[in-house]
Design a protein around this ligand. Structure first.
Ligand code: ATP
Ligand code: MG
Length: 283
């Protein structure tokens, strides 16, 4: 039985549960219980605070963990990064009061920087030869400059609105993070097989993200042009319609390119265009 540690509540919880659900791993009572078992997959889910997940995986309490790469890097246990999961994206950045004229990284020399990520910050400063004082604060780091606790902060940024409302400006993007699947490496044969099955499903779910299935009718003479507009996974499916001289064409497109493709296809005579969601792409 594989045990996976996930965040019990907070920013990563919902998308983690949704990811497990999308790969067919149903968990009862996702939030209420400390430990829950999947009904249909040989897995147990341990609901923890995100800070504790790297350690629990490193010491073998959990076989796998889903946690932000920022926590994995900060805790620095020897873990294998098995897969990036494509959600929970954020960065850790240096930010300073917006009233300060920023001349470059040298500004930080001799300054005091508040952060919950001292290890990542220290490594960055060392790599740039900057000597600064690090003040560790576990919450509300963004108020540190206004409160006179520090000259600058090193904190998580996603939209940047928290910085703005605290009169701060991001000056250096240091660390890019997203949710990741980690393990401690030494998996048993049996656990490895379960992990491989999970990975296969996760990759299929990831591959379908942002994809749409598109089908349309068009004059058969326009098919070669349409195939150029719609390069598919291998090549689009083309089927004859009962009406002579007409074909039906099916393909998969990126959501971001959809409207541009639709415009081009209409221009060469495509009609009856249908766009459907793609649930999984089995690779
Ligand atoms: P816990 O109670 O589990 O300790 P927490 O308060 O430490 O939760 P959250 O704020 O829920 O943590 O964030 C969890 C993770 O979500 C972060 O470590 C980071 O990887 C990711 N994340 C994505 N966007 C943001 C953001 N805007 N602010 C903070 N974390 C973010
Ligand atoms: Mg936490």
């Amino acid at each position: 039985m594989i045990r996976i540690a996930i965040q019990s509540k907070g920013r990563l919880n919902e998308e983690t549960v949704a990811l497990l659900d999308s790969i067919g791993i149903k968990i009862d009572d996702a939030k209420r219980k400390f430990l829950s078992r999947s009904r249909n997959f040989p897995i147990e889910v341990l609901h923890m605070r995100d800070d504790d997940i790297p350690q629990l995986v490193a010491n073998g309490t959990a076989t796998l963990g889903i946690v932000g790469l920022n926590e994995v890097a900060e805790k620095a246990y020897p873990l294998d990064l098995v897969e990036k999961l494509g959600f929970g994206g954020c960065r850790i950045s240096l930010a300073i009061p917006k009233s300060v004229d920023y001349p470059g990284l040298a500004w930080f020399a001799g300054k005091k920087i508040a952060t919950s990520y001292p290890r990542i910050l220290r490594e960055f400063l060392d790599s740039r030869g900057i000597s600064a004082e690090i003040e560790v604060i576990t919450g509300s780091v963004e108020i540190a400059p206004a409160a006179g606790i520090a000259d600058a902060i090193f904190d998580i940024v996603s939209s940047g609105s928290t910085l703005v409302s605290n009169g701060l400006v991001e000056v250096e993007r240091v660390f890019e993070s997203e949710a990741v699947l980690v393990s401690a490496g030494n998996l048993s044969e049996e656990d490895r097989e379960v992990l491989d099955e999970m990975l296969f499903r996760i990759r299929s779910a990831k591959a379908s993200k942002g994809k749409k299935y598109i089908l349309m009718n068009l004059p058969s003479a326009a098919v070669p042009e349409a195939v150029k507009i719609l390069p598919s996974m291998r090549s689009p499916t083309v089927m004859p319609l009962a009406a002579p001289g007409w074909s039906s064409l099916h393909s998969v497109v990126d959501k971001d390119e959809l409207w541009d493709k639709v415009r081009q296809l209409k221009a060469i005579g495509a009609e009856g265009i249908l766009v459907l969601n793609v649930d999984k792409i089995i690779l």
